[in-house]
Design a protein around this ligand. Structure first.
Ligand SMILES: [Zn+2]
Length: 252
């Protein structure tokens, strides 16, 4: 039985039995692991608050044949601010679920963990536009997971894209104006200049800055639709947490 200490972000919690909890953790090195936390909900237990959803904690674990059991937990940062607002909380749940979907125990993607931490921070302290946080997370997470769209040149002729850019979220490719005219625009959207700049920013910025920008309509709405479609095409599934977020978003 191996003994290890890691830093990790709790992205899912499931209580069971009288005092136990099962958590999914996105580790600092970008792997997703499942950890059994026995007796953690016992009255007066001081570790319970370190293994709750959206806690960034230092965890000491026992590992045996790929299964992890919690030994000790110390809270480093919590993003409690998120729970004060239902819409932001729902969005955070979706981002965590998406991160969980794109990571696993075998492959390490440290950027996934950092992206989620900066998204949660932006939502928790209210310093970022939730629509931008969501779009930036969706697109950059996919890029870091091996699905980077090509916006460097026209996907059809290989030439420069110019001012008029058409982009297909499904194909992850762009077309220049001439190729859009020649080949058609089915599945392609003509990017507003603001959305085009934002896509490039999201793909190239340092991770702490990835969601640090503002965008006016209609570019903001277009960016949101494109990034969401891009992520859902790559994840190849829908998310109940996203559906729930959208019902809240429509009410505001
Ligand atoms: Zn072209």
């Amino acid at each position: 039985m191996a003994h290890l200490t890691i830093k990790g972000l709790v992205i899912r919690e499931t209580d069971f039995g009288d005092n136990d909890r099962y958590i999914s953790v996105l580790t600092e090195s970008g792997a997703r692991i499942e950890v059994l936390c026995r007796g953690v909900r016992r009255r007066g237990g001081r570790m319970a608050n370190a293994v709750r959803l959206f806690c960034w904690s230092e965890l000491t674990l026992f590992e045996s044949r790929g299964k992890y059991t919690l030994n000790t937990a110390d809270l480093l940062t919590s993003f409690w601010g998120i729970t004060a607002d239902m819409e932001r909380y729902a969005l955070a749940c979706y981002l965590a679920e998406l991160a969980g979907e794109m990571t696993d125990s075998d492959e390490e993607c440290p950027a996934a963990t950092r992206l989620l931490l900066y998204a949660l921070r932006g939502l928790s302290d209210g310093s970022r536009d939730p629509v931008i946080v969501k779009a930036a997370f969706e697109l950059r997470l996919m890029a870091e997971s091996g699905f980077e769209p090509d916006l460097s040149c026209c996907g059809a002729c290989g030439g420069p894209l110019g001012e008029e850019i058409w982009f297909s979220p499904r194909e992850g490719m762009a077309r220049c104006a001439a190729c859009a005219e020649r080949l058609g625009t089915v599945g392609y959207r003509r990017l507003t200049p603001g959305a085009a700049r934002a896509l490039v920013h999201i793909l190239t910025a340092e991770i702490p800055r990835v969601n640090a920008f503002a965008l006016a309509e209609p570019a903001r709405g277009q960016l949101a639709r494109i990034c969401e479609e891009y992520a859902l095409c790559r994840a190849e599934r829908g998310f109940d947490s996203l559906t729930f977020y959208k019902t809240l978003e429509q009410q505001t």
